[in-house]
Design a protein around this ligand. Structure first.
Ligand code: FPP
Length: 309
């Protein structure tokens, strides 16, 4: 079996902490406390599966509207018990923490300080880039980018997807390949709107505190079953279209009344590769002989004697 290419960027909406706690007759903050193990599991899974970027939605610009007590607990718990305590482990495992999200006067200075310190501590790592979306909103991200373009007077004609990305908060953040949301809801909730343009979406009913590496592997399995086309054709259909184009205006080989479908090509790859090899070799030989002739002509010597008529 061919080795499977892991998704380069997995983004995760960690949903279901509150419901997990409610099902147990506990306050919502207990759900957030239980979420830590799931967070460790998703990082383990990403490292195991050689994912390059993992973005976790930890706190949205809209989450400020939750009860003050929950917000305060969440913000402090994340900074102190998840990030600060986890920073040394991240450093040892090659994880680099990157913060994604806007500044806000409601974020206590000591919270920002803890997050920035963890970013600094892990800055030389490169095995896994872990971006933490904290006080993040996809629309705000796009507006901030537009503001940056305007502030630098970028001419309208020069605003392309490529230049746009250069003005985003984290220009190196790649497009999301796999967006995973736990908790049973099927929505984006203002997460990475730009980067999810061609993401494969996987929604799991599992509540976030119950999430483990097995769930991560399962999500990847679903991802690998998807056929990504990016607006183009699937490879087999592209071969079919090329075959139709190649024979357009030519008679079909005898024995074929119509062009076979893409599935008929299965089993043929070895023959096709051998044919391709032979024609490439023919081309290389032809080019080498041509080069010899040119050299001979330039030096005034007679042409290559081996050259077939
Ligand atoms: C969006 O759902 C989900 C988020 C912004 C993630 C929030 C994540 C946590 C609270 C978990 C934090 C993790 C730890 C380890 C403490 P939403 O509920 O904001 O959006 P919705 O209203 O559209 O469902």
């Amino acid at each position: 079996m061919e080795p499977r290419i892991p998704p380069r960027h997995v983004a995760c909406i960690m949903d279901g902490n509150g419901r997990w706690a409610q099902h147990r007759g506990l306050g919502r903050t207990h759900g957030h406390m239980a979420a830590r193990a799931a967070l460790e599991a998703v990082v383990d899974g990403a490292l195991e599966e050689r994912v390059e970027w993992l973005t976790l939605f930890a706190f949205s610009t809209e989450n400020w509207s939750r009860p003050e007590e929950e917000v305060s607990f969440l913000v402090n718990f994340l900074a102190q018990h998840v990030i600060e305590r986890g920073a040394q482990g991240m450093r040892e495992r090659g994880v680099r923490l990157r913060l994604l999200g806007g500044e806000d006067p409601r974020i206590p200075a000591e919270v920002t300080g803890r997050l920035r310190k963890a970013e600094e501590l892990t800055r030389d790592n490169s095995t896994l880039q872990l971006s933490l979306a904290f006080n993040y909103g996809g629309r705000q991200d796009l507006c901030e980018t537009a503001r940056s373009l305007a502030a630098q007077s970028v001419p309208a004609a020069e605003v392309t997807p490529e230049t746009f990305v250069q003005h985003m908060q984290l220009p190196e953040l790649p497009d999301v390949d796999l967006l995973l949301r736990t908790g049973g809801e099927h929505r984006l909730s203002n997460f990475l709107l730009w980067h999810c343009a061609y993401a494969e979406l996987v929604f799991l009913d599992t509540l976030w505190p119950d999430f483990r590496t097995t769930h991560f592997r399962h999500a990847l399995e679903l991802y690998h079953q998807r056929q990504r086309r990016f607006g183009s054709l699937a490879p087999a259909d592209a071969v079919d279209a090329a075959a139709h184009a190649a024979v357009a205006g030519h008679a079909l080989p005898s024995g074929l009344s119509t062009l076979p479908g893409p599935s008929a090509l299965r089993g043929l790859p070895a023959a096709i590769a051998s044919r391709l090899g032979a024609s490439l070799w023919g081309g290389v030989k032809e080019t080498a002989l041509f080069a010899l002739e040119q050299l001979a002509a330039e030096s005034g010597r007679p042409g290559c004697p081996d050259r077939p008529a």
